[in-house]
Design a protein around this ligand. Structure first.
Ligand code: ZN
Ligand code: ZN
Length: 268
């Protein structure tokens, strides 16, 4: 064991238990992580190598996008996408770091399906990046809950892990504000309207609002049916302003030639 290894171990100890649990190699390219490279305490560098971090930066959704739901727009003529121009949404805004593809999709999948909750630490800085860029103001952070059954199966709620990692990074309180009261059927085979009906009534508030403005965190924004329903319930509970942040959003058929027909729903 040479000095670099010792230094790495020391660094991991300093950066907390997550570093100890997670092997010191990049989860995307499996190259060993070099903690000596330029590092910022807010950056995801203790999880990802410099090249993969650069890759993620290229995946960031660039303007123009809908001022309300954040959907990438084909040109800059309009402020709002067609859906938001036609109907009100129950949140102030929704933003995602990038599209659900490439390295970003891989990281979400590792977090969620390969059950590597420590990777929330690699993704939280991307959410913080959106807050800083958009100048989003909020008092507290909450997250989309899982049903008891799904929570038992997975062992953790990936949205909660993201919210808690973001709360640590941003220095904001994180709390549960919703619970899932009804199991929903997988959304994949459903139309947009059916998806809304599928989630309607499936969430309930946990007590009264703790603040006026709250961030609602989820991993992936697909049709927005889930976060709309959650935002409505939060508003009924007394939260006046809800802002939705997700790591990724599934590509709209228009914004990606690879995606055709209905966007593929990502499992909760
Ligand atoms: Zn890498
Ligand atoms: Zn929109």
């Amino acid at each position: 064991m040479g000095f670099p290894r010792l230094r790495r171990l020391g660094r991991e100890t300093l950066t907390g238990a997550l570093g100890l649990l997670y092997p010191p190699e990049c989860p995307l390219c499996e190259r060993p992580l070099d903690f000596d490279e330029d590092d910022s305490p807010r950056g995801p560098s203790r999880f990802l190598c410099a090249r993969c971090r650069e890759g993620l930066e290229k995946e960031r959704i660039q303007p123009p996008y809908c001022a309300r739901c954040g959907e990438p727009l084909p040109n800059g003529d309009a402020d709002l996408c067609r859906g938001c121009a036609l109907a009100a949404v129950p949140f102030e805004g929704a933003r995602s770091y990038g599209l659900y593809e490439g390295g970003l999709a891989r990281l979400v999948q590792l977090l969620k399906y390969h059950r590597e909750p420590a990777l929330a630490g690699a993704l939280a800085p991307l959410l913080a990046d959106i807050i800083a860029r958009e100048g989003i103001e909020f008092e507290g952070i909450t997250y989309v809950p899982l049903s008891k059954r799904r929570l038992r199966e997975r062992g953790f709620n990936q949205a909660e892990r993201l919210a808690r990692a973001l709360g640590r990074l941003w220095g904001a309180p994180v709390f549960p504000a919703l619970r899932k009261v009804r199991e929903t059927v997988p959304q994949e085979a459903l139309s947009r309207r059916e998806r809304l009906e599928n989630v309607r009534g499936s969430f309930a508030p946990l007590g009264r609002a703790r603040c006026e403005s709250v961030l609602l965190i989820d991993d992936v924004y697909t049709t927005g049916a889930t976060v709309r329903e959650c935002s409505s319930v939060l508003q009924e509970a007394g939260y006046e302003r809800v802002f939705v942040l997700t790591v990724a959003r599934t590509p709209h058929p228009r914004s990606s030639p690879a995606a055709e027909g209905n966007p593929k729903e990502v499992e909760a």
